[in-house]
Design a protein around this ligand. Structure first.
Ligand SMILES: [Zn+2]
Length: 88
C-alpha cells in the first residue's frame, strides 16, 4: 500500500536491538546514516532514563569503540543489514 506521504516510499525499518540496542523499538529512515542517528538519540534518551538493559548495551558498544577496526566492521555489517531491509 502506498503511503500519502511521498518520502515514506523509501523508508526502511530497523529495530533498536538490530542496531546494538536493547529493545524492539522501530526506527524508520531513508539512509543508514539517518538510521544510526535515530538509534543514537534513542540510546541517549534511554541512557538518561537509566534503563539497565540499554546501559548494558551501551557498555558493550563503548568496549567496541575502543577498537577502530571493530567499529568499522560493525558499521559495515549494520549498513549491509540496512541495505537488505525491505522498503516499508
Ligand atoms: Zn531501545
Amino acid at each position: 500500500m502506498r503511503s500519502i506521504i511521498e518520502r515514506s516510499d523509501f523508508m526502511k525499518t530497523m529495530t533498536c536491538r538490530q542496531l546494538g540496542g536493547a529493545c524492539d523499538m522501530e526506527f524508520h529512515a531513508e539512509t543508514f546514516e539517518e538510521m544510526a542517528e535515530l538509534s543514537r538519540k534513542h540510546g541517549m534518551e534511554m541512557y538518561e532514563k537509566g534503563d539497565p538493559e540499554h546501559l548494558e548495551a551501551m557498555e558493550k558498544m563503548k568496549e567496541l569503540m575502543k577498537d577502530p577496526i571493530a567499529v568499522e566492521e560493525w558499521y559495515e555489517l549494520k549498513r549491509e543489514e540496512f541495505d537488505e531491509q525491505e522498503l516499508d
